[in-house]
Design a protein around this ligand. Sequence first.
Ligand code: AMP
Length: 402
Amino acid sequence: MTQHILVLNSGSSSIKFQVLDLQAENPDEPFLSGLVEQIGESRGHIRIVTENNTIEDRRPILSHSVGLERAFGMMSMLGVGPQDLDVHAVGHRVVQGGSIFNEPVLINEQVKDEIRGLIPLAPLHNPANLDGIENAQSLLPDVPHVAVFDTAFFHSLPESAARYAINRDVADQYHIRRYGAHGTSHKYVSQLVPELIGKKPEDVNQITLHLGNGASASAIRGGKAVDTSMGLTPLAGLVMGTRTGDIDPSVIFHLAREAKMSIDEIDTLLNRQSGLKGLCGVNDFRLLQELINEGEQDAKDAYDIYVHRVRQYVGSYMLDLGRLDAITFTAGVGENHVGIRRDTMANLENFGIKVDDARNNNEAGVKGARVISTDDSAVKVLVVPTNEELAIARAAAALADA
Ligand code: AMP
């Protein structure tokens, strides 16, 4: 028995996808993964990877629909096209679900209209997500398509965390509130924690740290998110690869008035030319580490600013939760960077948080999720690999079968 689910993540110039077999022994390992990138550029790139084969195509890709159709054709050449695989459902990652979507939904015309209506809140992402939905629907019209929203997990935020202290009428008219992001990852990871620490889900107060190129922190009480660092958009909160995270909004007025920068220029500066990249020239943590090792002061400062911000959020969420059971690291940096886990958790013994060096270094070579705190640490510290695709695939299968 197989149950193949296609998971699509359509961005502004790329489409990432995976086919997962939910009946396989290891459903978290994709049966197939694909990438369509450099759409609309002079040279395109499509790569399909299966267990035994990797094939690539470097012809220009005129549009998302051309890219997806060509990728499906390449899959068929390998005998693993969507028709060969009898795809059961398609799960689509959608970045912004606004105040409308608090869980995954089967996509129909009304859902598409609502995702379209949310474009002002996610002008870069929702159009690409919608395009991905329409292209996939036209290529696979007889299969259920499901939208899984990055924001949905944060519908449970209390008003005190979700509402900004900005004029209420303006906020309501323009739908300004904290929507969060990376919700699929925070939910997936946090749901694995209770069993790993031997507690009932409803009893666990936890902080999840999704530290990847984008980064966010969440406070979760009994399975429900009560605060998160991302805001109206994924620009808020922690320092990220190229995004500022929190800054005083007056920086924007100051740049407009003093540097005569346009709104679009400031948008680009804060979203693409800031964060680690803006501080020291690189956004990849591996390169950052190399610069630190070479003695580059800017890189060391960038690292310290990053660590300082993570600690600020952990501290604030500890107070918010009152009692804390677990802190979990996930995503590219959180799962792989020993130093970040050590330094963000340093000197917190007085708060019941003690990381074990050997466990943090994974000297035992544990694959997958693991506890890295000492046995006597009141708060358990964990590394739990995230898998947004698996979470999306499960949600799509559940709705397709409902
Ligand atoms: P993500 O957005 O979750 O894919 O994370 C991507 C980021 O994780 C990259 O930009 C790297 O900075 C970081 N990363 C990935 N692998 C490693 C590693 N082995 N050591 C340190 N950082 C890593």
